[in-house]
Design a protein around this ligand. Structure first.
Ligand code: CTP
Length: 485
């Protein structure tokens, strides 16, 4: 919060120039919401009323190099200052709504086109330059009360449906802020078409991806988002692969939590929850995202492979194709897709290696297979969380004394899983394959005096590497002797 106020204070000279020219700078959008919620305000959006785009550009130029961002409409940025400057827009309702910059519309009209009441508040910065921020919140649609009541409400239904992405925004906001959409909003989202109302085009994958990323990274319980889609009857058409997990039974002794959908939801919640971050499991946000996404996909092969005895042999292999299908609809990032698929494909291996008391060579072979996208540490985390996401519902609620006992028992079980994870991790650390495979000892240059570069050399090096991995031979000369034999 202090950082945010400091940032705003630094912008004072720009505000003063705007005010001197007759303009009014308003803080708008998510920054006002996050300020009210006392969350870190990341993006600062300033909307300037009563002056033209040219005049705004003229003022901003005095403070640095100005760039226009956003395709059609004027959003300006000054290089090095992390703030979006824009003018209010007026849109009309109808089959082909037109959006036009209009500096003279009222702040209420400008806020009216925003998606949710919690995002449709403003702070008049000309009034609060020296005074209390909170007292000057302009809130024509009851956003403050909705924040207090933890309610998500559309500002205006007819404007809301103009951008179908808003369905995904509701999904991530409700999970992130643990708020409830009201019945009207549920009904709008039940019916909203996923195609743009003007162009008829589908929402771009990139826009959907951004919202899914926020859902998985910014909420402690991303399951709330998927649960809501299920509740309003949209899980089937938006994420059919997840919908198919509903009702897929699992063996009670391994999965007291219920069906595969419940299990998957529990795993993404564990992966997203703060405790794991505090344990320093994730290297960075990207890694955290990769792991949550992999958990979302890890059992997608189960609907097809679960047999009458409730075993799901080969689900990890089959799951790769299903995961690809889901992921391709939300991203073009081939590396991310390949990384998730690797973690899905091998998510059963760490437990198999531990339980089978496998030799070091088996661990090393697995590390090779994971490359180049992922590594043993990441796979270990996925496997750990796969185990942690198995709580009977009673345990999650933590209500009665009997349940408390169950909670304690479950903590013991969790401890056991953490211990297994530590054993796995120390094994891969000892083998130095935590973040990559063992590098080959014998290289081409070491046998140049004996063989020319070419297919034969390739064969020899392959054999040497095999001996190194399988037998643990790491001495160059010994390897050379072995392959030449
Ligand atoms: N907005 C909207 N409809 C959209 C996208 C954005 O009405 N489809 C409006 C909302 O008022 C929103 C603001 O534009 O608050 C800024 O949007 P954006 O930066 O995408 O999101 P934020 O609401 O700031 O939220 P986040 O913290 O997730 O970035």
């Amino acid at each position: 919060m202090k950082d945010f106020l400091k940032k705003i204070n630094k912008l004072k000279p720009i505000f003063l120039d705007i005010i001197n020219l007759g303009g009014i700078p308003y803080l708008v959008g998510g920054s006002v919401r996050d300020f009210v919620l006392a969350k870190d305000v990341k993006d600062i959006d300033i909307e300037i009323h009563k002056i033209s785009l040219k005049e705004l550009e003229g003022i901003l130029k005095k403070f640095g190099h100005v760039r226009f961002v956003g395709k059609k409409f004027g959003v300006l940025r000054i290089d090095g200052i992390d703030v979006d400057w824009s003018l209010p827009r007026r849109d009309s309702i109808g089959r082909k709504p037109k959006v036009k910059i209009d500096p003279n519309i009222s702040i209420k009209d400008a806020l009216h086109r925003r998606d949710l009441t919690i995002n449709a508040m403003a702070i008049d910065l000309s009034k609060v330059l020296d005074k209390d921020f909170k007292k000057n919140i302009i809130d024509p649609f009851g956003g403050l009360k909705d924040i207090k009541d933890k309610k998500l409400r559309a500002v205006d239904k007819s404007f809301f449906i103009q951008d179908p992405l808003r369905l995904f925004r509701v999904m991530q906001f409700l999970a992130r802020f643990e708020m409830q959409p009201d019945r009207v909003l549920d009904n709008i989202c039940k019916k909203i078409s996923l195609k743009d109302s003007v162009t008829g085009k589908k929402i771009s994958r990139e826009r959907i991806f951004d919202e899914i990323k926020k859902l998985l990274l910014k909420s402690k319980k991303p399951s709330l988002g998927f649960g809501w889609l299920r509740k309003i009857g949209r899980l089937k058409d938006i994420f059919p692969e997840l919908y198919d997990l509903i009702g897929v039974k699992q063996k009670k002794i391994y999965h007291p939590e219920g069906d595969v959908f419940e299990h998957t939801m529990q795993t993404i919640d564990v992966a997203a929850s703060l405790d794991l971050v505090n344990l320093d499991l994730y290297k960075d946000e990207n890694e955290k995202f990769l792991i949550i996404l992999s958990l979302l996909c890890h059992d997608l092969g189960k609907p097809e492979t679960t047999d009458e005895s409730l075993s799901a042999k080969g689900h990890e292999k089959l799951g790769v194709a299903v995961a690809k299908k889901l992921l391709k609809r939300i991203t073009r990032d081939k590396i991310l897709i390949a990384s998730v698929c690797k973690l899905v494909l091998y998510h059963m291996r760490p437990v198999q290696l531990l339980e089978g008391k496998a030799k070091s060579s088996a661990y090393k072979r697995l590390a090779i297979k994971l490359e180049p996208q992922v590594n043993m540490r990441q796979l270990g985390i996925v496997t750990l969380i796969d185990k942690l996401g198995r709580k009977p519902k009673a345990v999650i609620k933590e209500e009665t004394i009997k349940r408390k006992q169950e909670v304690l028992n479950n903590r013991l079980v969790d401890k056991k899983y953490f211990r297994e994870f530590e054993i796995f991790l120390s094994k891969v650390k000892n083998l130095k394959i935590e973040s990559g495979s063992e590098k080959p000892v014998l290289l081409g240059r070491d046998i140049l005096d004996l063989v020319k570069p070419g297919p034969q050399m390739g064969e020899i090096l392959k054999l040497a590497y095999k001996i190194q991995i399988e037998e643990g031979v790491k001495d160059k000369e010994a390897l050379k002797k072995r392959v030449l034999r």
